[in-house]
Design a protein around this ligand. Structure first.
Ligand code: NAP
Ligand code: HSE
Length: 442
């Protein structure tokens, strides 16, 4: 059978991994796909660097290297366009142009799909082409394949995961080596984990892009990134990581999509997870996702969530799937969002105030008789039940002030917020609060 011809847009961290793995494992991949998969044209702004990666031998063989991504999309010999330039403006125009030209697309671009996926998948459906995006969530972990196919029998109840390698790397290094946030971020960037704009990682936006896609695949709902609740790790303090440790928890940036009767929770935030839970032991740039289905129970997916070849592994898996199915009729293919396009249901994303978790609260108070009782009273008035309280003197420089760390039982977030607002007005409160959610994932 003739080869499948691919146009590669962007040969940076992920693109260069795709190039290398496709060359190295060409025979193995062809045996799986049923035909060879060949990159015939590469576009990258930095043509010199792209030529270096592609190599003289391939260029002499006829592989085109250009700065013009649109020219690669328009080439009549390109059947699949692999978009690895990132961002949402040029990438969107190129992906839409590829679809309009009847070409299949493979992308690792979660920002593009979380923000414009509805439009892109509708266009692909209309044109009868596939859009593969396994690499867009959790790097090399085949979580999209699992949700779309392996778990198809289940009503998915919740999905929770560590799905940003950069922030997990940072939190792990801060905890294990005691290094500052900025140094750990520099290391993550050097290792190729971070987005071009690392605030997307650090502020939780990248994880929210991915969580949005997971929620759609899990519950059969339209993509609703703008409704996700997002909180990053830039405000997490080293002493909260240390206090959490003393209480038996690790702090992780956790993404949660949980189905409830009245809608679903869709949120990303730093979270205390019990040390004995498998997710608490996912370190460095590794990612892990737990899916709870009604029939199967909990299943766990673990692996490299970022980096050149782990992400390339997922991109090439999509290329193999497209190569196998490109001649099938569209109805024989797996739907983009796991459910048939006409079967997506509108389930509202619940506001963060309606979400239910336990809380870790840290505050400084006047070290006086009766303060703890008053604090407990306000929480009780709001229906928030205390699970544990510890008083720390070592974190406080000033005499007469005590630092309190509380764990609450599960409660609606708006009640906790209302209690915090009331406590903040008390004369015995000193300094700033820390409030972090706690998930037991049972
Ligand atoms: P990257 O290293 O910055 O590579 C992107 C490449 O595309 C760069 O060489 C860039 O050139 C080039 N480029 C950008 N805009 C272009 C345009 N309009 N025309 C031609 N070339 C263009 O990024 P990456 O880390 O490989 O990420 C690529 C995509 O994969 C992103 O969507 C990212 O979110 C996703 N992803 C990345 C990882 C990871 O671990 N890195 C994992 C999963 C998913 P310049 O260098 O000159 O800008
Ligand atoms: N910047 C992303 C991360 C890349 O750190 O997880 C993988 O999507």
């Amino acid at each position: 059978m003739s080869q499948v011809r691919v146009g590669l847009l962007g040969i940076g961290t992920v693109g260069s991994g795709v190039w290398r793995v496709l060359q190295r494992n060409a025979d193995e991949i062809a045996r799986r796909a049923g035909r060879p998969i060949e990159i015939v044209a590469v576009a990258d702004r930095n043509v010199e660097r792209a030529q270096e990666i592609v190599g003289r031998e391939a260029i002499e063989r006829g592989v085109v290297v250009t700065a013009e991504a649109a020219a690669v999309v328009a080439r009549p010999d390109v059947e699949i366009v692999v978009e690895l330039i990132g961002g949402t403006s040029a990438a969107k125009a190129l992906v839409k142009a590829a679809i309009a030209a009847g070409k299949h697309v493979v992308t690792a671009n979660k920002a593009l799909l979380a923000e414009h996926g509805g439009e892109i998948f509708a266009a692909a459906q209309e044109r009868g082409v596939m859009v593969g995006f396994e690499a867009a969530v959790a790097g090399g972990i085949p979580i999209i394949k699992a949700l779309r196919e392996g778990l198809a029998a289940n009503r998915i109840e919740w999905v929770a995961g560590i799905i940003n390698g950069t922030t997990n790397y940072i939190l792990t290094q801060m905890q294990m080596r005691g290094i500052p946030f900025a140094e750990a971020l520099r290391e993550a960037q050097a290792l190729g984990y971070a987005e071009a704009d690392p605030t997307l990682d650090v502020e939780g936006i990248d994880a929210a892009h991915k969580a949005t896609l997971l929620a759609s695949l899990a519950f059969g709902v339209p993509i609703q990134f703008e409704r996700a609740y997002v909180e990053g790790i830039s405000a997490v303090e080293a002493r909260d990581i240390a206090y959490a440790d003393a209480l038996g928890y690790r702090v992780k940036l956790l993404a949660v999509a949980r189905r409830r009767a009245d809608g679903f929770e869709l949120r990303v935030h730093p979270t205390l997870i019990p040390k004995e839970h498998l997710l608490a032991n996912v370190n460095g740039a590794m990612n892990a996702v737990v899916v709870k289905g009604d029939a199967v129970g909990q299943t766990l997916y673990y692996g490299a969530g970022a980096g050149s070849e782990p992400t390339a592994s997922a991109v090439i898996a999509d290329l193999v799937e497209v190569a196998r199915l490109m001649n099938a009729t569209p109805s024989q293919r797996v739907p983009h969002l796991a459910f048939q396009p006409g079967e997506l249901v509108t389930l509202p994303v619940l506001p963060i105030g309606a979400c239910r978790t336990s809380f870790y609260l840290r505050l400084q108070v006047a070290d006086e008789v009766g303060v703890l009782a008053q604090l407990a009273r306000v929480l009780a008035d709001e229906g928030v039940s205390i699970a544990a309280v510890i008083q720390k003197e070592d974190g406080v420089a000033e005499k007469g002030i005590a630092e309190l760390v509380l764990l609450t039982h599960e409660s609606e977030e708006r009640r906790v917020r209302s209690a915090i607002a009331r406590i903040e007005q008390q004369v015995w409160v000193r300094g700033r609060w820390a409030a972090l959610r706690v998930e037991h994932l049972q």
